[in-house]
Design a protein around this ligand. Structure first.
Ligand code: SF4
Length: 251
């Protein structure tokens, strides 16, 4: 199975547990106003590679993954190429390598459900907490993300929730309460991360001739993240692991 790859990072430490080989896939149906990688948007770009070829590159890093690390597939939107990612994850599992998906959860269908069978951890972006804001700032639907989260919960897949914080847009205690309310029913959420909005990507927008809609907002200060962090409520504090057993074949 061939996939379209934007780029890779061989020693990622922020996209899932431990040290990870991170694969950024090409193509995304959303248009987040704060997107760092607008060059990932067109599905037609990137480099074509087979799952087998990519796995041969990944396995060279296996000694660095340790107990916790592994492979994370991100984007763009990883769920646009579910068959390719599933094949890659099957190869990873055949050698005991842990798998994670970093996604907005905007796609659900048979191929995605099959991919979840081979996914150990999900990093889920809940980009905005109301339908209106989600549609305005991403072009997508919060309901789709929540339906995906419900499926992760049904399967008991450990999930990290992430949200980009933009000062003046979603940085009040009420905004965090709204996020808490969305997450509350899902005890498979084992970690929540608030990420600061940055504008390092401005030159990419200029080069592509695409307007950077959030250029008007300031970069988010670390102090803002520190102020909001204590208001987060983690639903999966007592989470005991994937229902039906952990998929990580390395354990
Ligand atoms: S989902 Fe990610 S890659 Fe797609 S537009 Fe949003 S931030 Fe960019």
């Amino acid at each position: 199975m061939m996939g379209r790859i934007h780029s890779v990072e061989s020693f990622g430490s922020v996209d899932g547990p431990g040290i990870r080989y991170v694969v950024f896939l090409q193509g995304c149906p959303l248009r987040c106003a704060y997107c760092h990688n607008p060059d990932t948007w067109p599905l037609a770009g990137g480099t074509e590679m087979s799952a087998q070829e990519l796995f041969q590159k990944i396995r060279r890093y296996k000694p660095y993954f340790g107990e916790e690390g592994g492979v994370t597939v991100s984007g763009g939107e990883a769920l646009l190429q579910p068959e390719f990612v599933r094949e890659l994850f099957l190869l990873c599992h055949s050698e005991g390598i842990n798998t994670a998906l970093d996604t907005s959860g905007c796609v659900l269908g048979e191929a995605v459900l099959a991919l979840l069978e081979e996914t150990d951890t999900v990093l889920l972006d809940i980009k905005m907490t109301t339908e209106e804001a989600y549609a305005t700032y991403t072009g997508g639907s919060l309901a789709a993300t929540m339906a995906f989260l419900q499926e992760l919960h049904r399967r008991g897949i450990p999930t990290w929730v992430r949200q980009v914080i933009v000062e003046g847009l979603n940085d009040t205690p009420e905004d965090i309460q709204a996020l808490n309310a969305l997450m509350a029913p899902y005890d498979n959420i084992v970690k929540v991360e608030l990420l600061p909005f940055h504008k390092l990507c401005r030159s990419k927008y200029e080069k592509l001739g695409i307007p950077f809609r959030f250029d008007c907002y300031p970069e988010t200060r670390e102090a803002t993240i520190r102020r909001l962090q204590p208001a987060l409520v983690l639903p999966g504090k007592q989470y005991k692991g994937r229902r039906g057993g952990c998929l990580n074949r390395s354990k």
